[in-house]
Design a binder for this molecule. Structure first.
Ligand code: ADP
Length: 190
């Protein structure tokens, strides 16, 4: 599914984010920023050791106590097609999200986008942050994710060419697609 938010293309697609050809991809990292399971593990294993080296440097300088949930940092993409990896940390849930968890998830998306703009990046791919090992409800998380991105694009027009959600399974893709349709319909009826 593809829509336009101002001049930016917003795309939902099924796939493996480590294969994404956007200039940057976002990693659903954990606070250690040192790799982990799921999409995090896939990014580090395909991107190679240079990503971890830069993460270690970031931990030593910027975040000695770990990357706080909702914040984002940037490293090289190493051997990936993407030039940069933006690492962010979503909330840990158990099903539906609390108000606080929703805010952290929104921050994770918007701080990643902010960092992309600071680096003059034109295209970015997101995974479905916090809906794997961090067990947040996909339906609720998808609405937060899409609204966070759409709001950001409306507040920062003509900066990004492409924002893609690269969703790992057809089931997750379908949830995001329905959520996007609901958000767009609600906006029309505003
Ligand atoms: P979190 O800890 O934030 O929940 P996970 O990596 O466990 O992060 O899961 C986040 C989402 O990423 C899940 O929907 C999972 O299916 C998906 N995922 C796992 N591997 C990949 C990949 N290579 N590309 C895109 N999405 C992936």
């Amino acid at each position: 599914m593809e829509v336009k938010i101002g001049s930016t293309k917003l795309i939902l697609t099924i796939g493996d984010i480590t294969e994404s050809e956007t200039e940057s991809i976002v990693n659903a990292a954990n606070s250690t920023c040192m790799g982990g399971a799921g999409v995090d593990g896939a990014i580090h294993s395909k991107g190679g050791p240079q990503i971890l080296q830069e993460c270690i440097k970031i931990r030593k300088t910027l975040y000695p106590d770990g990357l706080p949930p909702g914040e984002a940092v940037i490293t090289t993409g190493g051997n990936l097609k993407a030039k940069y990896v933006i690492h962010t940390v979503g909330p840990i849930c158990n099903g539906p999200l609390t108000k606080h968890q929703k805010q952290i998830l929104k921050n994770a998306y918007q701080n990643s986008l902010k960092l992309a703009l600071e680096k003059n990046i034109k295209s970015i791919s997101f995974p479905s942050i916090s809906t794997g090992a961090y067990r947040c409800d996909v339906k609720v998380a998808s609405k937060i994710a899409l609204k966070a991105v759409i709001d950001f694009l409306k507040q920062n027009p003509n900066k990004l060419d492409l924002v893609a959600f690269v969703l790992f399974t057809p089931e997750i893709y379908q949830v995001y697609k329905t959520s996007l349709e609901e958000i767009l319909n609600a906006n029309i009826n505003d």
